[in-house]
Structures are given as C-alpha cells and as structure tokens.
Design a protein around this ligand. Structure first.
Ligand SMILES: NC(=O)c1ccc[n+]([C@@H]2O[C@H](COP(=O)([O-])OP(=O)(O)OC[C@H]3O[C@@H](n4cnc5c(N)ncnc54)[C@H](O)[C@@H]3O)[C@@H](O)[C@H]2O)c1
Ligand SMILES: [Zn+2]
Length: 386
C-alpha cells in the first residue's frame, strides 16, 4: 500500500544571526502601505522592538503597533486585538513574540473580514480564508507557532485551551534570529524550550508519525536535547540559541505533519483552568507521560536514542535506550528548575475529577497516543504531580 503524507510549510524561512535585517526587503516585496506589528508588553520592555521598527521605517512603510496581547490569550482577548487590526486597514502583519503573539497574528491574518470572528472559527475552523500575508519572528524557542497552521486560544467557559487549525494561517515569511532570544529570562527559555522538546518527542511517538514528520521530529530532538541547557544557561552561546530556534521551528513542522499526543492533551486543562503556562504544564507532564507510553513506543524511543546520543553513551538494548531518553527528558526538566508540582498552582486533590474529565475531552490529541489513555490512567498521571 502506498501511504500518503502531506507537508505544508511557510513560503520562506531565513535563519541565523542578523537574519532580522531582511525585514526591510521582505516588506518592500509586499503590497500595501501599512503594516501591523503584533507584539506584547514583555517584548517591548525587553527592548526587542527597537531594531525591527527601524527596519520597517527603512522600507518606507507605515506601521501600527498592537502591543497589548496578553500571555496565553482567550478567544475574546484575541478578538479585541483583531478588531484593532481590522480598523487599522493594515495590509501586512509582522508578529514579534512568542506563541501567544504569533497565534493571534495568525488568526488576524484570516480575519480581515466581517464574515466570521474568532468564536465562529472555534466552532468551524474551515471558515478561515487568508486575508493578508504574514512575517513571524519568534522570540521564544518555543512553540514552533511560526511553522504551524494552529492557533491556540483559551476558552474561559470551557476552562480549556482550544486549537484552531487551518492551513490558511501558515506564515508566509519566518525569521529565526538567535538575537531575539538572547536575553530571554531563564525561566521562560526553560519552559518554552521544553515545550519544543515535547513537540519533537510526541510527534516522533505519535500514531500520526510518518516519513516527513520523522525527519523533522528527529532533527528537532537532536538539536534541542543537545543545546537546550547551554542555550538556557549561557547568554552568549549564540550557536546553541540559533540551534534552539531551528529545533523549535522543526518541532512546529513535525506538529504540522504529525501531531502531539497525551502530554499536550493532558496539559490543556492545566493552562485553561489553572493558567499554568503552556511550556510549564508540558514540562510537568513530559517524563510521566512518556514513562506511561514507554511499553507502546519502546522501539521508537530507541531510534530517538540512536539519533541523539553521542559516542560516549553505552545503552545497547532497546529497553536501555528508551530508558535513557526518558531519564534525559526528566533530567533536563529538573536541571532547568521548572516547577514540577501542581500544588504550586493551587491544584487540590479534590480537583482531580474535573481535571480528568477535561483532559479526557482532548480526544483530538489523545487519539494520537500510541498507548490508550483511560480516565484512570489520566487520574494517576495527574495524581503523580500533586
Ligand atoms: N500555534 C502553535 O502551534 C502553538 C504550539 C504550542 C503552543 N502554542 C501557544 O503559544 C502560547 C505560549 O507561547 P510561548 O510559550 O512562546 O510564550 P508567550 O508568548 O506566552 O510568552 C511568555 C512570556 O514571555 C515573554 N517573552 C517572550 N519572548 C521574550 C524575550 N525574548 N525576552 C523577554 N521576554 C519574552 C512574553 O512577553 C510573555 O510575557 C500558548 O498560548 C500556547 O498554547 C501555540
Ligand atoms: Zn506545545
């Protein structure tokens, strides 16, 4: 039988130190007089806008700054920013930020229309049609949102985060410049980096994994496992930082071609109800879920070992290799000091029933998990984090 795979990608990706300078020529090649710059207060305070705004000015285009995007936005917060964008008449979008900023910019790129809003897209993502072109400049390494057709928003009444997926939202241009993550505070670098790590290992062990996604998932895993600690701990290690940005981008491509699994599924209610940042929630769940999955994906984990382990490692059997990978995931999360207990976020044992119900509701991702997750399994996994 001939299997069919599909891979949808941004039209152009520019990577490496100084890639930011391409903003001017990218803008010169785009239509319209006005550009909307999507960003947030944290990016502005970190001084990350100065250079991009100068480069926009150099192109002769006007811009409007939309800098009020909150972290992990709700669908209604997203709509507010999109309304400002629509009123501005801008014909091109530049997103400078992490996943929160890029996701709203992606939604805006299909929303310069009165035919639907964000809530209608939640019910029917198929409505989305491209309205304006986009340039994504990630400042975390990270979500890989610059590569994916996904936009994730919190839906308060469901106490969940929900993904809107439509290929119309894939970026046109992407700039991966290590200078944008150079001064990332370590706690953000750590949790967003482990999010990228989770994308790689989940997509490689997903039921949806295929030749295309494996190529990107394994390359992402190799880059991330072997650079995350240096990138987080050493502000001047530009090689490690650029490697992380590339790894996170590859992780996004792997999501597009495959899909994440139970780590992301069980983390959605932690973000939606307890407002635990996306990367932190995934970091808490990563090793426990992969340990649960191990019997069903031992050979895959052994293959991952063969790709990422360096010469001095001595694991020989599949069992040893898969154990090495899971221990490595756990060691990275521990060494980066990411919070590991749900108690720190106010989750109580009495909350478990609701948490299990909400987590089991994310069937869109649970169906990708190689080992079936029962409500009792989900309960035990959450319980282990209390
Ligand atoms: N679309 C996708 O494919 C996809 C995939 C995974 C996650 N997500 C979503 O992305 C969001 C999380 O994105 P994130 O993890 O990148 O974090 P984020 O965008 O929420 O940013 C977290 C914080 O870090 C700050 N920050 C970001 N970059 C900085 C820098 N270089 N220097 C200083 N401060 C900086 C921001 O101001 C913000 O306060 C969640 O909503 C999540 O659900 C989307
Ligand atoms: Zn993620």
């Amino acid at each position: 039988m001939l299997n069919q795979y599909s891979l949808k990608l941004p039209k152009a990706v520019y990577s490496g130190d100084g890639a930011l300078n391409l903003i001017t020529s990218i803008l010169e090649g785009e239509k319209g007089k006005k550009t909307a710059v999507f960003t947030d207060q944290g990016i502005e305070k970190a001084g990350l806008l100065k250079e991009p705004l100068e480069l926009i000015k150099a192109s002769g285009k006007e811009y409007i700054l939309l800098n009020e995007i909150p972290p992990e936005p709700t669908c209604d917060e997203a709509q507010k920013v999109i309304d400002l964008f629509k009123a501005s008449g801008a014909e091109f979008i530049i997103a400078i930020g992490g996943g929160s900023v890029m996701d709203i910019a992606k939604l805006a790129s299909v929303s310069a229309t009165d035919r639907y809003g964000v809530r209608e897209l939640l019910d029917n993502p198929g409505l989305a049609e491209k309205c304006v072109n986009t340039l994504m400049i990630p400042t975390t390494a990270g979500t890989g949102a610059e590569a994916t057709p996904n936009s994730i928003v919190a839906v308060p009444e469901k106490q969940l985060k929900v993904g809107i997926v439509n290929a119309a939202m894939i970026a046109d241009h992407v700039i991966l410049d290590g200078n944008m993550i150079k001064k990332l505070p370590i706690h953000i670098a750590a949790s967003t980096g482990v999010d990228a790590l989770a994308h790689a290992i989940e997509c490689f062990t997903s039921k949806k994994a295929n030749l295309f996604s494996d190529t990107f998932a394994l390359a992402a895993l190799d880059l991330i496992i072997n650079n995350i600690q240096a990138s987080c701990h050493n502000p001047d290690d530009m090689q490690a930082k650029n490697a992380m940005l590339t790894g996170a981008f590859y992780g996004g491509v792997a999501i597009t071609a495959s899909g994440t699994t139970a780590v992301h599924a069980l983390s959605y209610p932690l973000g939606g109800k307890y407002h635990i940042p996306h990367g932190t929630a995934n970091a808490m769940l990563l090793a426990p879920v992969m340990r649960f999955n191990e019997p069903a994906c031992r050979e895959r984990l052994a293959q991952a070992y063969d790709r990422v382990a360096r010469e001095h490692e001595t694991a020989a059997s599949s069992e040893e290799k898969s154990r090495w990978i899971i221990n490595k995931l756990e060691e990275i999360v521990e060494n980066l000091g990411i919070p590991s207990s749900l108690k720190d976020y106010g989750v109580k044992p009495d909350d478990l029933d609701e948490l299990v119900l909400a987590g089991m509701g994310v069937q869109r991702l649970l169906v990708n998990n190689m080992r079936e997750v029962s409500p009792q399994d989900a309960r035990e996994i959450y319980q282990g984090l209390l």
